[in-house]
Write a protein that binds this ligand. Structure first.
Ligand SMILES: *Cc1c(COP(=O)(O)O)cnc(C)c1O
Length: 399
């Protein structure tokens, strides 16, 4: 197989080419160094890996199945389609893979208090779950608007013993919740670890989160080898911050024959404010500690974003994605709200699987563009989460 990558990234300073790095207040530098050093040691530590593996197997439910979706595939173009079932993880999405990993690191570092941000509430629930399991105190920052939209997840986090702090500044959504979490961390850095939920933020987060999520693609390649004895021709995943996508793609990057497709939220249309498609509408900038592609206005103010799915509704994208887009290894497209909704219904009706609205973006792209994929291809889609959380929203829309 052709290798497209010769040296591992990020570099020592946390850069993926022009993207990444560590743009944080001085007070956090030592904490990030400590986190990075602990991670590097624990990665090689047998007892740490055994503990993580045990939890992933016996608690999270890994390995997740790889399900062939024959009826849905017929509607897309007739190739063989496999769904990587991250929706079957405990708590219903891929986020738990990272939350458990980071909570275990925090515990080994002797930090007793965990903070996290959450948008839709999925990362908050995953973090609250990991903290309940490991006996850590948990505080989750969440925008006021999101708390109203995702009431059930707020209740869930509280049931799990977490404190949910309402953020009423700015647009009162995810980006403001991250600002508050960073502020808390600056104040309480000695006792507290910040569990970031995607491949975003200052180094080493994009690397650590990627590594914990890369189990998705490692399993998928092994499962495909058993089922069809080949590499996939195409792999598709939705991209919010980018953790489920890089999780699926990471082990595939070195196989140049695999076409990798990331799908962003096309929202209502291409006007700034109506979508969260960072590659078609964004520009280089720094947000929340990392340098990447960001949706911003002509004065560099962070733009409002829109998506039918809260998990894709973020103005920036992980720096490794920005790099992989720039070198042309991954192609990025977007899928509109309407198309995602269509795929949401089609998968539910044809396969008996209600996907998360986020994952429905990957399926929607395939529904629209699958005809251009050869019929003898093998395609794998990351079903990043289950749609139960979205049912009240769908019901309210009458859609
Ligand atoms: C949070 C979330 C996403 C988006 O986040 P990534 O970091 O891009 O994976 C996608 N799907 C589901 C189900 C989510 O909960």
């Amino acid at each position: 197989m052709t290798q497209t990558r010769t040296r591992p990234l990020p570099d020592r300073h946390g850069y993926f080419g022009d993207f990444g790095g560590r743009y944080v207040p001085e007070t956090l530098m030592a904490a990030l160094d400590e986190f990075e050093a602990s991670y590097k040691n624990l990665k090689k530590d047998r007892s740490f890996r055994a503990e993580l593996d045990e939890i992933l197997t016996e608690y999270v439910g890994r390995p997740t199945p790889l399900t062939e979706a024959k009826r849905f595939a017929e509607m897309c173009g007739g190739f063989r389609l496999f769904l990587k079932r991250e929706d079957l993880n405990h708590t219903g999405a891929h986020k738990i893979n990272n939350a458990i990993g980071q909570a275990l690191i925090a515990k080994r570092m002797g930090k007793e208090r965990i903070i996290a941000e959450t948008g839709a509430g999925q990362h908050g629930v995953a973090t609250a779950t990991a903290c309940a399991l490991l006996g850590l105190k948990c505080v989750v920052y969440m925008g006021e608007v999101d708390m109203a939209r995702q009431e059930l997840n707020v209740f869930r986090m509280r049931l799990l013993g977490a404190e949910v702090v309402q953020v009423s500044s700015g647009s009162r959504t995810l980006k403001d919740a991250i600002n508050e979490a960073i502020r808390d961390w600056v104040t309480n850095v000695r006792t507290t670890h910040y569990i970031l939920g995607s491949v975003l933020g200052p180094h080493p987060y994009p690397m650590v989160v990627r590594d914990f999520q890369s189990v998705i693609g490692r399993e998928a390649l092994g499962q495909l080898r058993k089922k069809v004895n080949m590499l996939p021709n195409v792999a598709v995943a939705c991209v919010g911050g980018g953790s489920n996508a890089i999780g699926l793609f990471y082990e595939m990057l070195k196989h140049a024959s695999i076409r990798l497709v990331g799908v962003e939220a096309g929202g209502r249309g291409p006007k700034l404010g109506d979508h969260a498609a960072r590659f078609s509408g964004g520009a280089l900038g720094v947000l929340h500690g990392t340098r990447s592609m960001i949706l911003q206005d002509e004065f560099g103010q962070i733009a409002e974003t829109h998506s039918i799915s809260a998990g894709l509704d973020y103005p920036s994208i992980g720096p490794e994605h920005a790099y992989l887009q720039q070198i042309g290894r991954i192609e990025y497209h977007d899928c509109s709200d309407d198309l995602a909704l269509e795929a949401f219904h089609k998968l539910s009706e044809c396969e008996g699987i209600i996907p998360a609205l986020e994952s429905a973006h990957a399926l929607g792209w395939l529904l629209r563009n699958g005809n251009a994929i050869a019929r003898d291809s093998v395609v794998v889609v990351n079903l990043s989460g289950r749609g139960d959380k979205d049912v009240p929203q769908i019901a309210a829309m009458g859609a």
